[in-house]
Design a protein around this ligand. Structure first.
Ligand code: FES
Length: 160
């Protein structure tokens, strides 16, 4: 398993900084996912060895965090929150609207590989509900029109 030089530098730095190797697990998974696109069996096995963990321990952590995935996703992963604050302010309508706009449902990926869609629990943006996260960017106080504009901007940037 070969990662980039940048990944190796970050990994070496994290292992130096954290008191135990295990503490570097989540950031290591995120960096690996950013680089490879998803956490394949090969990536999981490699990270488990590097951090002195079992593959099961690594998989248990992956299954806990919605931002980590063992399946390939679209270039832009649209995560719409429908938890309580977002729900009372129209989060479910935003999810439905995204589903119509993209033509895919929960955990679906568009045929061109550009978008994935996911319904998620609270993403910590309750004060600005309803909210969604696309990769690492937050979009808040959403309306159907606003999410259409957001998706269109990603669509354009993804085709460049
Ligand atoms: S409930 Fe949606 S961001 Fe917290």
């Amino acid at each position: 398993m070969k990662f980039s030089e940048e990944f190796e530098q970050r990994f070496a730095e994290m292992v130096r900084q954290y008191p135990t190797k295990r503490s570097a697990l989540v950031p290591t998974l995120l960096y690996a996912q950013d680089e490879i696109g998803f956490l394949s069996d090969e990536v999981i096995a490699e990270i488990a060895v590097r951090l002195d963990l079992t593959e099961l321990e690594v998989r248990n952590v992956i299954s806990y965090y919605s931002m980590l995935t063992t399946q390939p996703r679209g270039k832009f992963n649209v995560q719409v929150c429908t938890n309580i604050s977002c729900m009372v302010r129209g989060g479910e309508e935003i999810l439905e609207h995204c589903s119509k706009n993209l033509g895919i449902g929960h955990k679906g990926t568009t045929p061109d590989g550009l978008f994935s869609l996911e319904e998620v629990e609270c993403i910590g943006a309750c004060s600005w509900a309803p909210a969604a996260q696309v990769n690492y960017d937050f979009h808040e106080n959403l309306t159907p029109d606003k999410i259409d504009r957001v998706l269109e901007a990603y669509r354009k940037s993804g085709k460049q």
